[in-house]
Design a protein around this ligand. Sequence first.
Ligand code: G16
Ligand code: MG
Length: 220
Amino acid sequence: MKKAFIFDLDGVIVDTAKYHFLAWQKLAHSLGISFSEEQNEQLKGVSRVQSLEKILEWGNKTISEERFSRLMSEKNEEYLSYIAKMDAGEILPDVPRILEHLILENQAIALGSASKNARAILEKVQLYDKFNTIVDGTNVSKAKPDPEVFLLGAKALGISPENCIVFEDSVAGIKAANIANMISIGIGNQEVLHEADYVFNDFTEIKEEFINQLVATKIV
Ligand code: G16
Ligand code: MG
């Protein structure tokens, strides 16, 4: 049975959260707003627009629409300066092993990310060619936990949602996968991701046999 394995990007394939943090922190400080790593946690999987809205809310600030879009571009330029220095060394442990196994087993592979920079990042870390389809922030209109990003991935691959397996590090992403009727696999902390069907700390804990079982499971 051919299944689709849908990967989130930030926190699953690469740890770009640290670069988002540095860029948002610089922006927040320029507005006189403090910004902690704990607050950054809450921005994981959240779109760029919603992230800035939250930061302004935390700082009790209202700004014009024009300034809002200027700040978004500034943040993205700063973020892209970090992305420019990325290479394959930044791929999270054992992600290539799992991707190679899926390719060997002839399974479909998709990216399901909120990021508008997803394609550029995959190219920088030389993983772009491993994906049969890419759905990212440029294709979706509704942010996770809305299941749109994953449903579009399933549709592009011609595989029913029940036969899709999603790897996600964010609570919103796990919710999105569950709402889409897909198998959800949390990558990260069990307590945080308790709504997922399975949780692993990282890909080093995922064995080929586990993947094979998912592939063999018949959905009626
Ligand atoms: C990622 C990050 C979020 C970021 C979002 C949009 O989502 O987790 O922190 O705000 O993309 O990114 P950009 O500003 O590059 O469009 P994901 O879905 O890959 O975890
Ligand atoms: Mg993520």
